[in-house]
Write a protein that binds this ligand. Structure first.
Ligand SMILES: Nc1ncnc2c1ncn2[C@@H]1O[C@H](COP(=O)(O)OP(=O)(O)OP(=O)(O)O)[C@@H](O)[C@H]1O
Ligand SMILES: [Mg+2]
Length: 147
């Protein structure tokens, strides 16, 4: 690892250490219900009064903002940190970051592996989640089998 990678790793470790519970929802195929499960789980837990972070790292269909009615809103950047979009829910709070917030509406993007890794690292290292009790991460994994 070069110096920059070491620094990113350190920021990820520090950031992740502040989050008590982390749940990863992933699959190696599309359309199996990742988004449905993630959004319902996150909202259900937030409605019980907790702070919940939802990180939509699905590059091939980041539709969490759309499901939550946040499609037009973007994330702010403050002092080099990304600030998630916040949704107050009763006494709880849902905070959302999504690849969809980084892309232009109606534009096509070809995501390359290295670029995906760099965005996932930024989401892990540089999002100011605040005092979260539970944190969910959606990720769509593509498994390519050799013939
Ligand atoms: N438990 C369920 N029973 C029946 N249908 C479901 C269930 N969960 C999700 N669905 C439906 O399946 C479809 C795909 O769900 P969803 O978008 O959550 O999957 P996904 O894995 O996030 O897909 P993608 O790979 O496109 O991101 C939707 O039409 C959704 O309403
Ligand atoms: Mg999905």
């Amino acid at each position: 690892m070069d110096q920059k990678q070491v620094e990113v790793r350190k920021r990820i470790d520090e950031r992740m250490a502040k989050i008590k519970h982390k749940v990863v929802i992933l699959s190696n195929k599309g359309g199996v219900g990742k988004t449905t499960v993630s959004v319902n789980l996150a909202m259900g837990i937030a409605l019980k009064g907790y702070s919940v972070g939802l990180m939509d790292a699905d590059f091939h269909g980041p539709n969490v903002p759309k499901m939550l009615g946040l499609k037009e809103q973007g994330m702010a950047v403050n002092s080099g940190e990304m600030v998630p979009v916040s949704m107050p829910l009763d006494s709880g709070l849902l905070k959302v970051v999504s690849v969809a917030f980084l892309t232009e509406k109606n534009s096509a993007i070809v995501w390359r592996g290295m670029f995906k890794m760099s965005i996932i690292n930024q989401f892990l290292a540089d999002v100011r989640w605040g005092g979260l009790i539970i944190y969910l991460w959606i990720c769509l994994l593509e498994l390519r089998m050799n013939p």
